[in-house]
Design a protein around this ligand. Structure first.
Ligand code: PLP
Length: 444
């Protein structure tokens, strides 16, 4: 009699089938469906430290960290206790509370922003920052960069990165909507330039500058895979301020990740406004935008630009954000440890790929990293067009092999991974061992 080995994905498969019947594509955010890498998306039951456990009881070293928020690792005691404490006093007030003031004080102190307004997602933060910029400047146009993703507001779904990069089949056109349902008339208000191309930005601003309310950018891109800005590009970004356009740093991914003062502090940026999300809510739904007080004073009820939210400043979310940022602030070694782990991971991947003859090009900064599956020098992928040349089939095969060996990498070639403070040598060694086998498998 033969005994059948139970499938390692039986419960996830059953849940995915049920989910597809009641939710588009079976997921509540597209990249979770594994469409670009293939295989069954794992339905997650619980998460602790550096690990995820799925519905079938399989455990994975997690490199997604909920797409960035879990910088301390999952279910960190400080965050859990702060939320449990807040929970005793009610879940939502619809009136201001002390934690909102505390988090706003902390965020303004860490980032140098004059004033901040909390929202419930990064999308709301960028969407609102643009409205304020338009209200403040009385101009209509915005400029964004190819392959940068700023959430899913209509005007920002233009040549956008993240999940949209892998869903698009052909090259993108000028100001083309990245999604059905975005009228071309909206998209026409968004001008698109090439990331890391200072001359293209200068030319665009010379032609259209007086109509431009704001230039919004990812100070380090995570949503086309990791792209690192050149100093020349950062200088060109600052030049747009001379013509009266506001510079908006979208720090939803990089804020509190690349340093306590985000990419802005690390790279010496001087944006007029910034947007935050992810880490600022410690795993609960929070976004924020803020910056120059004279600009933020245009926001209602102080000023004429309307923006609101039933759950904005939610006490549980504020408690999680406060606990996360306070823990980061009181652990001076945390960013150094993240740097060490991730640079060793990068070095390990580079040498394993070289040993096994698989061409990859690694981009890394702090705890963000992408191995682009293409044969160009490490660090040389600088924009969307270069990133898009990657071999997504090879990446998908590598991803599936890692997953089968207990390593949960980001399920798309065009995303960053996120290392957390809970990742230790044990996880690093397990990851490199699995990566060695996955690279070898690609060449067998
Ligand atoms: N901006 C950037 C840079 C992001 O990476 C994201 C999400 O990944 C957003 C904005 C949108 O944030 P949210 O998904 O919270 O709406």
């Amino acid at each position: 009699m033969t005994t059948q080995t139970p499938s390692k994905t039986a419960r996830s498969e059953a849940l995915f089938a049920r989910a597809r019947a009641v939710t588009p594509g079976g997921v509540n955010s597209p990249v979770r469906a594994f469409k670009s890498v293939g295989g069954t998306p794992r339905f997650i039951r619980e998460a602790h430290g550096a690990y995820l456990t799925d519905a079938d009881g399989e455990r994975f070293v997690d490199y997604i960290g909920s797409w960035g928020p879990m910088i301390l690792g999952h279910n960190h005691p400080a965050v859990r206790e702060a939320v449990a404490d807040a929970l005793q006093f009610g879940t939502s007030f619809g009136a201001p509370g002390e934690r909102e003031v505390e988090l706003a004080e902390l965020v303004t102190r860490l980032t140098g922003a004059g004033k901040v307004r909390f929202t419930s997602s990064g999308t709301e933060a960028t969407m609102s920052a643009l409205r304020v910029a338009r209200g403040f400047t009385d101009r209509k146009l915005i400029v964004k960069f190819r392959g940068n993703y700023h959430g899913h507001a209509d005007g920002l779904l233009v040549e956008a990165g993240s999940g949209l990069m892998t869903n698009l089949d052909g090259p993108l056109g000028e100001s083309a909507p990245s999604s059905a349902g975005v009228p071309p008339e909206y998209a026409a208000l968004t001008l698109v330039s090439e990331y890391n191309d200072p001359a293209a930005l200068d030319t665009l601003m010379a032609e259209r500058g007086p109509e431009v309310a704001a230039v919004i950018f990812e100070p380090v891109v995570g949503n086309a895979g990791v792209l690192i800005p050149t100093p020349e590009f950062l200088a060109a970004l600052h030049r747009v301020q001379n013509g009266g356009a506001l510079l908006i740093a979208d720090e939803v991914m990089t804020g509190f990740r690349l340093s306590l003062s985000g990419a802005t502090g690390l790279l010496g940026l001087r944006p007029d406004l910034s947007c935050w999300g992810k880490i600022i809510g410690g795993g609960l739904p929070v976004g924020a935008y803020g910056g120059r007080s004279d600009v933020m004073d245009f926001v209602s009820p102080q000023g004429p630009v309307y923006q609101a939210g039933t759950l904005s400043g939610n006490p549980l979310a504020m408690a999680a954000g406060l606990a996360t940022l306070r823990t980061l602030e009181t652990d001076p070694g945390v960013y150094g440890r993240l740097e060490t782990y991730t640079s060793r991971l990068a070095d390990g991947l580079k040498s394993l790929a070289a040993e096994t003859g698989v061409p990859i090009s690694v981009n890394r900064i702090g705890s963000m990293l992408t191995p682009f599956f293409q044969d160009v020098p490490h660090g040389s992928v600088r924009n969307y067009a270069q990133a898009a040349r990657s071999d997504t089939q090879a990446f998908g095969a590598w991803f599936r092999e890692l997953l089968s060996r207990g390593i949960y990498w980001a399920p798309s070639q065009f995303e960053s991974i996120f290392v957390s403070a809970a990742h230790t040598d044990a996880e690093l060694n397990a990851t490199l061992e699995a990566a060695r086998a996955a690279f070898a498998d690609l060449n067998s």
